[in-house]
Design a protein around this ligand. Structure first.
Ligand code: CO
Length: 137
């Protein structure tokens, strides 16, 4: 059911330093920072030939990234995102299988303006998993 790996999201304590490292040292194509107030993050997109990396930095008082950085001061992998064709069908199937969906269970618009959901890390071997509806390929 899950499709391609859409992105790996890394929370970073210094967005400028992390962007510069990806740009200059690792030699990747790195976007300008983009504020996403509705998600409490500033995001930098790194385009790789086969997938993306997203650098996440806290934005605002109640950022969901701040707690993660408090526990992981040098940063760390925050979540991975798999593509699905139909997010509601995927959600219903996963919930029927006992997997917990975070929040209200209703998809929100994600970083790429596609519907997204997050799955409980404890049901996914300690990894926060995002599902993004990208339609059929
Ligand atoms: Co994401």
């Amino acid at each position: 059911m899950i499709g391609r790996l859409n992105h790996v999201a890394i929370a970073v304590p210094d967005l400028e330093a992390a962007s510069e490292s990806y740009r200059s040292t690792l030699g990747a194509k790195v976007s300008e920072p983009l504020d996403q107030p509705e998600h409490g993050v500033t995001v930098v997109f790194i385009e790789l030939p086969n997938t993306k990396v997203e650098l996440l930095f806290p934005l605002g008082e109640k950022s969901p990234i701040q707690g993660f950085l408090d526990k992981n001061p040098s940063g760390g992998i925050h979540h991975i995102c798999y593509e699905v064709e139909d997010i509601l069908a995927a959600r219903d199937k996963l919930q029927a299988g006992g997997m917990r969906v975070l929040g209200t269970g209703e998809p929100k618009l994600g970083a790429h303006n596609n519907p997204v959901l997050f799955l409980h890390p404890k049901d996914n071997f300690g990894t926060l998993v995002e599902l993004e509806q990208t339609g059929a390929h």
